[in-house]
Write a protein that binds this ligand. Sequence first.
Ligand code: GLN
Length: 250
Amino acid sequence: MVVGVLALQGSFNEHIAALKRLGVKGVQIRKPEQLQDVSSLIIPGGESTTMAKLAEYHNLFPALREFVKMGKPVWGTCAGLIFLANKATGQKTGGQELIGGLDCTVHRNFFGSQIQSFETELPIPEIAAKEGGPPSCRAVFIRAPAIIEVGPDVEVLADVPVSSVETVNSSPIPNEEESIKSVRKVIVAVKQGNMLATAFHPELTADTRWHSYFLKMVPEIEDGTSDIISTSSMDQSFTNRSMIDLPIFQ
Ligand SMILES: NC(=O)CC[C@H](N)C(=O)O
């Protein structure tokens, strides 16, 4: 089995390396006809506007939409998530072309600019239940999007708390304003049928559980013909993230 990795821009090499660690071959996809040779596809992180322009230049959008419609497993990470969303907000003027299919609204650069990029320990109950290992993973958010709305068929796999300070006029004294700190959650990982999407970058950590989870969405893997190494049998030290060279993200 080979997994296609959209290789127009961004962290495609890191995804191919992560697949290799699981004994699976990842191939670079740059042209529409190459999609015929793969049964699943990873769309990496990078810069979604640039990626969209390159995809348009290579006439990839019709083939990518067809791939999604055919029910083949597709996983979008970060910019890849934006690509898969039905709707994106916070886009550059004029918007950008999306593949669509994932019934959600994604907010680009939700957490702020590049310097607000962060890492966090992210609870992943569903992934841990299926893949074993610790109940959370180290998640790398690089100028990341967040999912702010989901449709009824979307399964939420992970979310993060975000706090915001609101100034409200609830005081009985006129013009006396009160600051209220509210904490809400935004969604950062979802699954809908054949589509998986994460706002962060599992390919930049040594924890291969997200890749392993995705590979199990590919039917030929599910029927037991796979020789993927079970992550639960792996050395538990994989959560001590080893940072792989960071590509440039925007
Ligand atoms: N790490 C990433 O993929 C960043 C995504 C980027 N901010 C965008 O909007 O395309």
